[in-house]
Design a protein around this ligand. Structure first.
Ligand SMILES: Cc1cc2nc3c(=O)[nH]c(=O)nc-3n(C[C@H](O)[C@H](O)[C@H](O)COP(=O)(O)OP(=O)(O)OC[C@H]3O[C@@H](n4cnc5c(N)ncnc54)[C@H](O)[C@@H]3O)c2cc1C
Length: 366
């Protein structure tokens, strides 16, 4: 059977796009690879995060904010359709600082971004005593923080589950644990060849294979300017809820554990943890919340970010084949709502689609 759109990759990006295309009435098949693939969607931090994003790229800040604003209705819709609560909380977020100079540098970056956005970028700088009224558990090393209502978090594994159910319920086909080993372009149309030799024909194709795009993308005419970047994350035993506001490195998950992360390391495709990084993450967490020193860590893991050269998403139509698009990003949880609710119009080249040309691969041309 020929499908309207083949989506290569069933992580949060591929599933969000699939769900959005199905809502537009498209027929979709999602082809997802092997269990030993790098899968950022299974190892991320779960933030729907805005502050600090796009300090040198206001269009990225706006796109992220647009997605965050869509998140409430999006999570509600997924709950209605899939019966899965993704535990969205958008009560705001706080970045904590233990060094005055780092806080000042951050505030001046955010102030620059606020000017670039015409003043529409609300945030509050909180000194230690004021911050304590928000989060009484902060320790004496915390000199201050930045609060904004724009930030939030979800349970990212529940998001994957909700999307998987919703895609199937809307009639999408999902083939898992089988890699696409080749793609043949007929122009118009594509055939994806699976590892077991099966051939899947489709009119359009979205390459949303995370780091797997490095193998398939060039053939479709994409530059694929991405690399792996390792992040390690820790989680504590379940604690009574105390942390109302997530930060970029600390959040209390809906089940009660405090998640601590995430490191950044350029180590290629290596997703193994190491004690030095774990110890450093734990120390930074205890600097902010001293009571965590008495809490057990129950798990740690490493996962690989899908990172472009400037950290921004890549939305690129193939220069070689009509109806092939490349979609990838580092913030797939934050952008999931936009990828489901807005990006499908761009994929389908509708005239109501947003202009995403600033996110194209051309920005990397010298
Ligand atoms: C430590 C860490 C923390 C993060 N924290 C956050 C956060 O707080 N907030 C946020 O918004 N984002 C966060 N991210 C980023 C976010 O997780 C990613 O942007 C997102 O998961 C990328 O999703 P993806 O679907 O593109 O890639 P992946 O999740 O890697 O999925 C790609 C899929 O494609 C499949 N695939 C690959 N090759 C093939 C092939 N040949 N054929 C078929 N299928 C194939 C793979 O099996 C995989 O399932 C974090 C990432 C990491 C690593």
């Amino acid at each position: 059977m020929k499908h309207d759109t083949i989506i290569v990759g069933g992580g949060v990006v591929g599933l969000s796009v699939a769900y959005g295309l199905l809502k537009k009435g498209e027929e979709v098949i999602v082809l997802d690879g092997a269990d030993d693939d790098a899968r950022a969607s299974h190892g991320n931090f779960g933030l729907v995060w805005i502050q600090g994003k796009g300090v040198s790229a206001p269009h990225y800040a706006s796109w992220s904010r647009r997605s965050a604003a869509l998140w409430g209705a999006y999570a509600g819709g997924l709950f209605e359709e899939a019966g899965v609560d993704v535990s969205l909380s958008q009560t705001g977020g706080i970045e904590y600082f233990t060094k005055e100079d780092e806080l000042s540098a951050y505030v001046s970056e955010l102030s620059g971004l606020r000017s670039a956005l015409g003043g529409d970028y609300p945030f509050d700088v909180l000194e230690h005593e004021t911050l304590k009224t928000y989060v009484p558990e902060i320790g004496p090393k915390v000199v201050g923080g930045v609060f904004t209502q724009m930030d939030g978090h979800v349970n990212p594994l529940n998001l994957l589950r909700a999307l998987t159910i919703a895609v199937r319920q809307r009639g999408g086909t999902l083939i898992t644990s089988l890699r696409v080993v080749d793609v043949v372009a007929h122009d118009p149309g594509f055939t994806a060849i699976l590892a077991d030799g099966r051939k899947v024909p489709g009119d359009g194709l979205v390459l949303a294979a995370g780091l797997g795009a490095l193998e398939l993308g060039h053939k479709l005419g994409f530059q694929v300017p991405i690399r792996p970047q390792q992040g390690q994350v820790l989680i504590t035993e379940k604690l009574p809820h105390f942390l109302r506001y997530p930060s970029g490195t600390l959040r209390q998950v809906n089940e009660g554990g405090v998640q601590i992360g995430a490191s950044k390391a350029e180590v290629g495709m290596d997703d193994t943890e190491d004690i030095a990084t774990i110890a450093n993450l734990a120390k930074q967490a205890v600097d902010v919340f001293p009571h965590l020193a008495n809490v057990k860590l129950v798990r740690s893991w490493a996962a690989l970010r899908v990172m472009s050269q400037d950290g921004l998403p890549v939305y690129q139509r193939s220069p070689k084949y009509q109806r092939a698009s490349f979609v990838t990003c580092h913030s797939g949880i934050t952008l999931s709502a936009a990828h489901a609710e807005v990006l499908p119009d761009w994929i389908l080249a509708k005239n109501i689609a947003p202009d995403l040309s600033q996110f194209g691969e051309g920005r990397f041309d010298v």
